[in-house]
Design a protein. Structure first.
Length: 268
C-alpha cells in the first residue's frame, strides 16, 4: 500500500489522460491520493474538490499558492471558506512562501499566508506548507517557520511540510509544532544530499511520501511528466536510506497519513 500525499491532478498536463493516470496509480498499489487544490489561483480554487468528489479514494485540499498571492481578493477567501466545508477536503494548502520565483511580492505572500492560516484555524484544518528559498539562502525557511510559530502553533492542528528540501534543524522545528514531513521525487536526485540527510533523520512515524506530480519525477523517470504511480520510487529510495523495503515505507507512511488526517485505514 502506498499513499501519494501531494499531487496536482488538475491542469492541462493531465487533461488528455487523467483517468488513465489515476488507474495506473491504483494498479501500482497507490491506494489513495491527496489532490492539491491551488490550481492556477483564483478562478480554479475548486479544482481538486471536483476530482476528489468523483473518486472515493482521492481527498482534496483548498488554498492559494504563494505564486498567486497577489491575485487574492476577499471573494476568493470567501470561496475558500465555503470549499473548506466540503466532506472530501482534509487540509488547507499548499500555502506559504516562495522566494525563488517571487511571482508575488514577498510582503503580499506573507499577508496571504497569515490570512489563510486564520481561515484554516477557523475551519479546523491542518495546513500544507510550500516553502522555497532563493538560491543559496534559507531566508524563506526562517520567515516561513517564524510565521507558523507566531500564527499557527497554538492552533494545535499541525500540518505537512510538503516536498521538504531543507536541513534537519528546520524539520525539527516543524516536528515540534506537530507537523509531518513529506519527501518527493527530488530525494532521488544526485545533488540532493541535504534532502537525503533530512530523510534519514525524520522519525518514521512522522514521515510522508509524495510525487508533487506532474513535477519532480524521480529517478529513473526524471525529465518526464511525473504521476502518482511513481511514488513507489520515492518509497524505494527512502527505504534504501533507512534500511527498509519500499513496502515497509509504503505501509508506514500510509498509516501515518491516515492517523494524521483522522482517516480510517479500512477506507483507504
Amino acid at each position: 500500500m502506498y499513499i501519494d500525499s501531494h499531487c496536482h491532478l488538475d491542469g492541462p498536463r493531465f487533461d488528455q489522460d487523467r483517468e488513465a493516470v489515476i488507474a495506473r496509480a491504483r494498479e501500482a498499489g497507490v491506494m489513495s491520493m491527496l489532490a492539491i487544490g491551488t490550481g492556477d489561483g483564483p478562478g480554479t480554487l475548486d479544482c481538486a474538490v471536483k476530482i476528489a468528489e468523483e473518486h472515493d479514494f482521492i481527498y482534496a485540499t483548498v488554498g492559494i499558492h504563494p505564486h498567486e498571492a497577489q491575485l487574492a481578493k476577499d471573494a476568493d477567501f470567501a470561496e475558500l471558506e465555503q470549499l473548506a466545508r466540503k466532506p472530501k477536503v482534509i487540509a488547507w494548502g499548499e500555502i506559504g512562501l516562495d522566494y525563488y520565483y517571487d511571482h508575488s511580492p514577498r510582503d503580499i505572500q506573507k499577508q496571504v499566508f497569515i490570512k489563510q492560516m486564520e481561515l484554516a484555524r477557523a475551519a479546523r484544518l491542518p495546513i500544507v506548507i510550500h516553502c522555497r528559498p532563493s538560491d543559496n539562502s534559507d531566508n524563506a525557511w526562517e520567515d516561513c517557520l517564524a510565521l507558523i510559530e507566531q500564527q499557527w502553533k497554538t492552533s494545535g492542528l499541525g500540518g505537512v511540510l510538503h516536498c521538504f528540501t531543507s536541513t534537519w534543524p528546520h524539520a525539527k522545528r516543524a516536528l515540534d509544532m506537530g507537523f509531518m514531513i513529506s519527501f518527493a521525487g527530488n530525494v532521488t536526485f544526485p545533488k540532493a544530499q541535504q534532502i537525503r540527510d533530512s530523510a534519514k533523520q525524520v522519525p518514521l512515524e512522522r514521515l510522508l511520501i509524495e510525487t508533487d506530480s506532474p513535477f519532480l519525477a524521480p529517478v529513473p523517470f526524471r525529465g518526464k511528466r511525473n504521476e502518482p504511480a511513481f511514488v513507489k520510487e520515492v518509497a524505494r529510495h527512502i527505504g534504501e536510506l533507512r534500511g527498509l523495503s519500499p513496502e515497509d515505507i509504503g505501509a508506514q507512511t500510509s498509516a501515518n497519513f491516515c492517523r494524521f488526517f483522522s482517516l480510517p485505514e479500512s477506507t483507504i
